[in-house]
Design a protein around this ligand. Structure first.
Ligand code: SF4
Length: 307
């Protein structure tokens, strides 16, 4: 059996920064450090941070007075920021700068008097955070059908933004439907779907052309990992999302000669290594690395946490 690795895969710059913020905050201020929501959507990463002293919470009420809280990479609504300020909590913001860019766009579009349609998944924390940048004037759609169901008053100026981790192909369909229904709708200045999502989806398309089966390493809660599985399936290749090697069902491997492996932007390389080792019994000759786009994006840490 041959194992083929997609490139790029795994950690993006926003995830590396978010994890580093929690780790450095623990080093600098001592445990516990409270983190609002899973800092990135990966079980292994969060379990590791928990063992170092992070406490994950969903509501700021769970943070005792005077403590430090980190906002997750997905970003938060303005009201959450205000609440932390009112409670006098010390905050480190691990929101990915590419999500912050979308927040800034929303603020700018609203200042210009536009109503905004956000393309994104219901209940996802990034969508809640971005929708929460404005007290009104925001609408959410996920599918082409949702676009047909939108109720927009006549004479309203419209713009759209998107979640950063959408399927590129699906979001293009929704954007086309929006443009068809609202020809004057204003697009964001640059694509909101981020470089890491784009590169990993492109890489999985290449991988699908060479694989009988694709394993995506990532957690069920990870939007971009789920999109990688869907992209593979849309290319006609069976694909499964696993948190770790032990979740691979031997029945999936029957009759399979070439297994493609990729990882979501929040999944660490150590988990990919474990999956590869479990499939090859540690025989490196069976592993092929595909060529791919080289990524050189890095984001700086908050000043107080720089070494
Ligand atoms: S997937 Fe994109 S938007 Fe999300 S943390 Fe990574 S770089 Fe930032």
């Amino acid at each position: 059996m041959e194992v083929i690795l997609a490139n790029p895969r795994g950690f993006c710059a926003g995830v590396e920064r978010a994890i580093a913020i929690v780790e450095r905050a623990i080093e600098r201020f001592g445990a516990p450090i409270y983190v609002r929501h899973e800092v990135v959507h990966n079980k292994f990463v969060c379990d590791d941070l928990r063992s170092k002293g992070a406490i994950f919470i969903e509501d700021l009420n769970e943070v005792p007075p005077g403590q430090t809280v980190v906002f997750s990479a997905h970003g938060v609504a303005k009201s959450v920021r205000q609440e932390a300020e009112q409670r006098g909590l010390k905050v480190f913001d691990a929101t990915c700068p590419l999500v912050t860019k979308v927040h800034n766009q929303v603020a700018c579009m609203r200042r210009e008097g536009m109503e905004i349609i956000m393309i994104g998944h219901e209940g996802h924390p990034e969508v809640e955070g971005t929708m929460g940048q404005s007290e009104g004037g925001m609408h959410r759609v996920e599918t082409v059908d949702d676009v047909q169901g939108l109720q927009i008053a006549t004479g309203v100026r419209l713009a759209y933004v998107t979640q950063t981790t959408l399927s590129i192909d699906d979001s293009q369909q929704v954007i086309s439907a929006l443009k068809q229904r609202f020809p004057d709708i204003v697009a964001p200045k640059s694509d909101d779907v981020c470089y890491a999502t784009q590169n990993r989806q492109d890489a999985v398309k290449t991988l699908a052309g060479r694989s009988d089966l694709i394993i995506v390493v990532g957690s069920q809660s990870s939007s971009n990992s789920n999109r990688l599985r869907e992209v593979a399936e849309l290319r006609g290749v069976a694909a499964h999302l696993v948190d770790e090697a032990e979740q691979i069902n031997p029945a999936w491997l029957r009759g399979v000669n070439r297994i493609g492996i990729t990882a979501g932007a929040s999944a660490p390389e150590i988990l990919v290594r474990r999956v590869v080792d479990s499939l090859t019994d540690g025989t490196p000759e069976k592993v092929i690395q595909l060529e791919g786009v080289e990524e050189h994006v890095t984001f700086s840490l908050p000043k107080e946490l720089r070494k």
